[in-house]
Write a protein that binds this ligand. Structure first.
Ligand code: SF4
Length: 446
């Protein structure tokens, strides 16, 4: 049963040392009780208290990991309903569906496409990491599961037959496949297979009351890695069910629904473009795993980008390390451009510089991940901060000229910066990254 903030407080060290990031033990206890802090943030909790608080401090949506290695997909562990309240923790796993209506050559094709669909965006590699294999034929299920697993993918095994699930999971159990699914009829068999193989399993029921009953059964059986499928028939029902489940887990601390969910756009429509639209809804609200009948990069990329955006911590912009970035093999005569360490800014500017093929030094200043105009407005990207950064960056040892190009959006600081950097010429560059190649070519051909 969940403990109150006061009950948790009584178990803490009560020193108000602030090591947890909260001003007092009481503040930390209240946040812990609300599911908005993690127990391990307090380094002074004894093992006995950890054991006592274990269940109370578990996140309201439990964490479940499917797969292993680079393609392991961890879902759940969420503590808020809305991203701006704190952040969303684990982006949904995107699974490529393979059913009995997929013939062997189409399956091979999906395996091949799966291996190659990979995108890099703002320094992160994005890809679908899962296959969902369904078959009424136990042999085919096992065979395809093995082939899918051999690509590295995390695998969801789908069958109504608990014995078939076990047979397919056994050879790949080290890679933690998800058994889908336990129903009211076969709960005991599927959960027993999951326990024996030490793998997670999904539960499914035709309404949320019955789903909660199975969720409670899983809790009573001490199963922690469980995924919920509310069997929603269409997008409207699915949105309602996903929202009810999340609200019950977060607001009511209702443990029986405190597990991540799985959603099947592939079962709602045959139109693959529409599946992507549905999946976009599930990325935002609130699926842990989303199963699509496509491995086409054109379908997957927008979803992965959407998930990346939504699951980025809104209080901590993605940022680069401060420093001097050599692009296109620059020399001591190459131009020097200055920008901020907001990742999106860096990768946009760096991408344009690389496309220009002009050897360039890019100076990236730590502005706590803020963009050029935002950091200027916040007083972080201003002359008396930029000048010491340039001096200490080491750029002066790499070049023999003293000319620095600042972003066009902060033209107003050029005079002051020239005063601060008295031996440098400060040049106002372009405003938009898209204009950088033209600007660099003109600059270097002059
Ligand atoms: S780190 Fe622990 S002991 Fe220190 S203030 Fe936070 S809760 Fe209290």
């Amino acid at each position: 049963m969940a403990l109150s903030g006061l009950q948790i407080f009584k178990l803490l060290a009560k020193t108000n040392c602030k090591d947890c990031g909260f001003p007092t033990c009481m503040a930390f206890a209240m946040q812990l009780a609300a599911g908005k802090a993690e127990l391990d943030k307090c380094p002074h909790v004894t093992d006995e208290v950890k054991a006592e608080l274990g269940e109370a401090s578990a996140p309201p949506v439990r964490k479940v990991t499917i797969g292993s290695g680079d393609y392991a997909v961890s879902v759940g562990e969420e503590t808020v309903l809305y991203r701006h309240e704190k952040r969303f923790e684990n982006p949904p796993g995107i699974a490529v569906y393979v059913g009995d209506d997929t013939d062997d050559s189409a399956f091979e094709q999906k395996l091949e496409t799966f291996k190659t669909q990979e995108f890099e965006r703002v320094g992160q590699v994005l890809r679908a990491k899962m296959f969902a294999i369904e078959s009424a034929d136990a042999g085919r299920l096992a065979d395809r599961a093995k082939k899918a697993s051999d690509t590295g993918a995390a695998v969801v095994l789908m069958s109504e037959d608990a014995a078939a699930l076990k047979q397919a999971a056994e050879p790949i159990k080290a890679k933690k496949p998800l058994l889908y699914a336990a129903t009211a009829e076969n709960f005991d068999q599927v959960s027993a297979a999951a326990k024996e193989l030490n793998v997670p399993f999904a539960i499914t029921a035709p309404d949320l009351d019955q789903l909660a009953e199975l969720g409670q059964k899983a809790i009573d059986g001490d199963f922690k890695e469980v995924v919920l499928d509310p069997m929603s028939a269409n997008l409207k029902d699915a949105l309602r069910d996903q929202t009810y489940i999340r609200r019950a887990a977060i607001k009511k601390k209702f443990r029986a629904l405190g597990f991540p969910t799985i959603a099947f756009p592939c079962k709602m429509t045959d139109d693959k473009n529409l599946q992507v639209v549905y999946a976009g809804v599930f990325v935002a609200k609130y699926a842990g795993i989303i199963v699509l009948d496509t491995s086409d990069p054109g379908h997957l990329m927008p979803l992965l980008v959407l998930a990346q955006n939504i699951y980025t911590d809104p209080q901590r912009p993605m940022q680069m390390d401060q420093g001097v970035y050599p692009l296109n093999d620059p020399s001591e005569d190459s131009p020097v451009l200055l920008t901020t360490n907001f990742s999106l800014t860096y990768f946009t500017v760096a991408g344009e510089i690389e496309a220009s093929k002009v050897p360039t030094w890019l100076l990236v200043m730590d502005t706590e991940g803020q963009s050029v105009l935002t950091s200027w407005a916040a007083g972080k990207f201003v002359a008396d901060a930029i000048a010491p950064f340039v001096k200490k960056s080491g750029i002066e040892e790499k070049i023999k000229h003293r000319k620095i190009v600042i972003p066009g959006y902060v033209a107003q600081i050029s005079g002051e910066l020239e005063e601060e950097l008295s031996d440098w010429e400060v040049v106002v560059g372009v405003r938009e990254a898209a204009d950088v190649p033209r600007y660099l070519r003109q600059m270097t051909s002059a």
